[in-house]
Design a protein around this ligand. Structure first.
Ligand code: FMN
Length: 191
């Protein structure tokens, strides 16, 4: 069904509101977008991630990851990404194009780690093995090897996407709508 939202500011505001909600609501369909990057061989890569933070004023989105993961190396090679979101409830697709910075340390990483280290996800960032490392067998990973030092250092890194443009598509029996917008611009497009 078509949303009742008509004006450009209304749609823009609602999109950022839903992105922000998705960071807080585990059941929101936009909580787990697909993150696409370009690998060093120039080929596309894509994987699901959890949307952790959305700031409408700064036009930024954040994702947490293991700093040793291949996606971080890809982003160092080509600091650009696309995040693809789909919501059946809203009948909205978003394709968010962004430039990227990755923080491996510093006060923001420390603040996030202070929270994550208290959660069940802490182990994801303490493994002695890097994501994608080869295993001898599936059983080898039954208990992920934790770093063995008494106070192991974590590998949590923050990916900050500086949004450049959003391609919004609304599916509707009454007619699809599509627009591409930036901070100061809005273009209606053929859906
Ligand atoms: C629902 C879901 C959520 C995920 N969330 C994250 C995430 O927030 N951060 C992350 O690094 N990987 C996340 N993953 C794992 C990635 O999809 C991927 O397998 C992993 O990060 C390795 O990707 P890479 O080899 O491209 O670096 C998630 C996977 C699923 C299925």
């Amino acid at each position: 069904m078509k949303t009742s939202l008509q004006t450009e500011p209304e749609i823009r505001q609602r999109i950022w509101m839903e992105l922000q909600r998705a960071t807080q609501d585990r059941h929101h369909e936009w909580r787990t977008p697909v993150l696409a990057t370009v690998s060093a061989d120039g080929l596309p890569q894509a994987r699901s991630v959890v949307l952790r933070h959305a700031d409408a004023k700064l036009a930024t989105l954040q994702i947490y990851t293991d700093g040793r993961s291949p996606k971080v190396a890809e982003l160092a090679f080509k600091p650009a990404l696309m995040l693809a979101f789909w919501s059946k409830r809203l009948n909205w697709q978003l394709r968010v194009k962004a430039s990227v910075s990755v923080q491996h340390s510093g006060p923001e990483v420390d603040a996030v780690w202070a929270r994550v280290s208290q959660s069940h996800a802490a182990g994801d960032y303490l493994s002695a093995r890097a994501p994608g490392d080869l295993l001898q067998s599936a059983a080898d990973d039954a208990e992920p090897a934790l770093a063995s030092s008494p106070s192991p250092s974590h590998n949590l890194a923050i990916i900050t996407a500086q949004v450049q443009s959003i391609d919004w598509l609304e599916l509707s029996r009454e007619g699809h709508r599509r627009a591409v917008f930036q901070a100061e611009a809005w273009e209606w497009r053929v859906a």
